[in-house]
Design a protein around this ligand. Structure first.
Ligand code: TEU
Length: 559
């Protein structure tokens, strides 16, 4: 919460952050999507040198850590979540030496670094998968993945009925070297992302080594991509999707390829590896599961320390938030884990766009044409939601650009879109590119300082972002950027208080104290709410006049 390492009790000289306190329990983590953060070499794609050059922006916010979305060599079939080499950096992003500089520069500023670990699947270009394709059915090379014969007279039907997260069957048939159709392989996501079989000793041992490779280089933690996908029920039985034709993992219980109990053994193994290292390295699950109770199983003391709170991220803007907060805190308490609070990521509709819709619940990959959004309303609520998030006990995640209030970009031309969700649905679903448009830094027209003038970024930026650049908002203390910076400065006091106590209020008002001196009031009702003395306003998402908090606003109070 402070950009001064010594203030956080962190040694400056060594460049290694060590601390006896579990730093991740109340850390604010800033997600960087490296392809879209800052481009230093003018190829239109962000890179690590660009990120290093913009670290001052990150420290100016007052966050504690970076989470960097995949930076590995990858054919980019899914924005880098298709890794072809786990021990190197994508050449578009730089080289290993740049990662070393980035880690050192972040540490020098008191920022921890969390990297993304994509272990449910590799890229189809990974040497292991190439070797598996070249090898015969039943070979050792194929046992690292899920290769199976098809059903039907000639093996022409997929081995079971599983569906992919990106639509259609989760199986793709291979072609044998002689040109005949061969076995099928499993991919929970795109066909370019074959699932690893985690019952394979080879797979387990290889990832132990990959974890150590990055811990040795100084990363402070790993975000575990698609954690619930990493175990499957043996025998791969058909799933019962209850008639749903799409992937709705959050509603699945007893699904044979999602949140299967076998995942926990893998994470106990990973935790043991993390414990070989100093500095309290953190393992964060990306786990969309059916309930807070299922999530808490990932957070038992010998497993992962924290997990993204998708229940909070997906909740509608309204009184129901209180139950989500209560359930989160109660379920985490059963295993002694600390909660996380998340409002956005590279996978979700941008916060201001979602909260400006009639239906504010995050419906994954909804068609924005069917769900128009009011930008003024969305921005008002996004400011209020951000203050709520930062007042809650635990750790919080901020996605790059949400500190500027960037909207979801809806009008990216089809031929420029990269997300497999868009292409596999033949354009029926917009996909996630709209949340991945490069950051606007300064200036009054694209590329807004993201890359060299005259170069077109890999996804086009709207001209209207001239008012949402870092430079523009920096000059305006009432901007979203100003609010986020002020809130993160004040949060230090809130975060020192361990628990939350609800105060009596109407159902449409969230009113809680943190300790004796700090209080947060969120007005979810359509009418103004009076804030009574002796409390005074420390910060508010909208102007408080005559002690009155307007609708869709949050205030932090102190006494
Ligand atoms: O996402 C996995 C995943 O489970 C999400 O698609 C989840 O269902 C969604 O966020 C719920 O709202 C991860 C990455 O974040 C995503 O970018 C990748 O495409 C995916 O894994 C495959 O690696």
């Amino acid at each position: 919460m402070s950009s001064d390492p010594s203030a956080a009790g962190l040694p400056r000289a060594t460049g290694r952050l060590t601390s006896t306190a579990p730093w991740w329990r109340d850390a604010v983590v800033y997600e960087v999507y490296p392809r879209s953060f800052a481009d230093s070499d003018g190829d239109g794609t962000g890179d690590l040198a660009g990120l290093i050059g913009r670290l001052d922006h990150v420290t100016s916010l007052g966050v504690d850590a970076l989470w960097i979305a995949p930076w590995y060599p990858s054919p980019m079939a899914d924005g880098g979540y298709d890794v072809s080499d786990y021990r190197d950096i994508h050449p578009d992003f730089g080289a290993l030496a740049d990662a070393d500089v980035l880690i050192a520069e972040a540490h020098r500023r008191g920022l921890r670094v969390i990297t993304d670990m994509v272990a449910n699947h590799t890229s189809a270009e990974h040497p292991w998968f190439r070797a598996a394709l070249a090898a015969a059915p039943g070979s050792a090379e194929r046992t690292r993945y899920f290769f199976r014969d098809g059903r039907g007279e000639h093996g022409e039907l997929p081995p079971n009925n599983w569906i992919s997260a990106f639509g259609a069957s989760a199986w793709t048939r291979t072609t044998d070297p002689d040109g005949h159709p061969g076995q099928w392989y499993l991919h929970t996501f795109a066909p370019e992302q074959p699932d690893l079989d985690w019952s394979s000793d080879d797979v387990r041992a290889e990832f132990d080594g990959i974890l150590r490779f990055w811990f040795d280089r100084g990363v402070d933690g790993l975000r575990i991509d698609a954690a619930p996908a990493m175990a499957k029920v043996p025998g791969l039985p058909d799933a019962d999707y209850g008639g749903q034709a799409y992937f709705a993992s959050a509603e699945w219980v007893g699904n044979p390829h999602w949140d299967v109990d076998g995942v926990h053994e893998i994470f106990r193994r990973w935790r043991a590896v993390a414990r070989e290292y100093d500095g309290d390295r953190v393992l964060v699950a990306e786990a969309v599961v059916a309930s807070p109770q299922r999530l808490s199983l990932y957070l038992r003391p010998d497993e992962l320390q924290t997990a993204f709170n998708f229940a909070f991220l997906k909740a509608a803007w309204g009184p129901g938030l209180r139950a989500v907060i209560d359930e989160t805190l109660a379920s985490h308490a059963t295993v002694g884990a600390s909660a996380t609070w998340v409002l956005g990521s590279h996978d979700e509709t941008r916060l201001v766009t979602r909260l400006g819709r009639d239906d504010t619940a995050a419906v994954h990959l909804v068609d924005p044409a069917l769900a128009p959004s009011d930008p003024a309303l969305g921005t008002r609520r996004a400011r209020a939601a951000t203050l709520l998030m930062l007042a809650l006990p635990g750790s919080a995640y901020l996605y790059q650009g949400d500190e500027l209030g960037l909207p979801f970009v809806e009008d990216i031309p089809g031929e420029l879109r990269q997300d497999p969700v868009y292409h596999r649905s033949h354009g029926a679903l917009p996909g996630r590119d709209g949340s991945r448009v490069p950051m606007p830094w300064a200036g009054d027209r694209p590329p807004f300082g993201f890359t060299v003038d005259g170069v077109t970024p890999w996804l086009p930026q709207p001209a209207s972002w001239r008012d949402l650049t870092v430079a523009a908002e920096d000059a305006d203390p009432t901007s979203m950027l100003g609010l986020v910076r002020d809130a993160l400065r004040l949060r230090r006091r809130f975060a020192a208080e361990p628990s939350l106590t609800w105060q009596p209020s109407a159902a449409s008002v969230l009113d809680f104290t943190r300790g004796e001196h700090h209080r947060c009031v969120v007005n979810l009702s359509p009418t103004p709410v009076r804030l009574d003395p002796p409390w005074s306003v420390a910060i508010a998402s909208a102007p408080v006049r005559d002690g009155v908090l307007p609708p869709d606003a949050t205030a932090w109070l102190s006494r």
